[in-house]
Design a protein around this ligand. Structure first.
Ligand code: GAR
Length: 211
């Protein structure tokens, strides 16, 4: 009989600031036995973020690291975050509607191990109000992107991306809903790729892979 080696699941923290629907999609995907990651911690910088309740209902550890008491001291805020991340032995971070920017030092500490989801087809429409801006620009295609986080905002290697059509008569809300449905599918796929070491810091260099 072939020897079975239990592959340890990567321990993932999801960072949120609000509703947490992408967090929920990750939690649901991670329930599958063959999923290579476990969501073991949810951190919010907003004490009453709705996503926290959902995480608690799933019996996932939660932490609130409110940015406000830290004022402009982003490094102190990040030290508090790092404290939680290390306490829970986190391997990978998923930013899911986490609306704070990190210092270069924090990003470099988590280089190749931190993902973000952005509601646009990067490199188009970085920043906020992506659906409103896509409609104003008259683009025919919009979508969502999961990328590794680098110090520059909404940049970094793209791990997964999917387009949706922009339809005549779309409003910001209808377009956002179409994109969100894609986000919920895309983020679990992207986390799987990273957790399996097929992309990111742990991935083999392309040159050493057989064709
Ligand atoms: C999502 O659409 C996500 O892509 C976006 O915030 C929403 C969070 O929703 N993120 C950003 O705009 C990051 N710049 P959720 O809390 O329901 O996952």
């Amino acid at each position: 009989m072939a020897e079975q080696t239990a592959v340890e699941k990567k321990r993932v923290a999801v960072l949120i600031s609000g509703r947490g629907s992408n967090m929920t999609a990750l939690i649901e995907a991670a329930k599958a036995d063959d999923y290579p990651a476990a969501i073991v911690l949810v951190i919010s910088n907003v004490p009453d973020a709705a996503g926290l309740e959902r995480a608690r209902a799933e019996a996932i550890a939660t932490a609130v690291v409110d940015h406000r008491p830290f004022g402009d001291d982003r490094e102190a805020f990040e030290r508090a975050l790092d404290g939680e991340l290390h306490r829970h032995r986190i391997d990978l971070i998923c930013l899911a509607g986490f609306m704070r920017l990190f210092t270069k030092n924090f990003v470099e500490r988590w280089s190749g191990r931190m993902l973000n989801i952005h509601p646009a087809l990067l490199p188009h429409f970085k920043g906020l109000h992506t659906h409103r801006r896509a409609l104003a620009a008259g683009v025919k295609e919009h979508g969502a992107t999961v990328h590794l986080v680098v110090p520059e905002m909404d940049a970094g290697p793209i791990v997964a991306q999917e387009a949706v059509p922009v339809l005549a008569g779309d409003t910001e809300e209808s377009l956002a809903a179409r994109v969100l449905a894609v986000e919920h599918r895309l983020y679990p796929q992207a986390l799987r790729l990273i957790a399996e070491g097929r992309v990111g810091a742990a991935a083999e260099p392309a040159a050493s892979r057989s064709a």
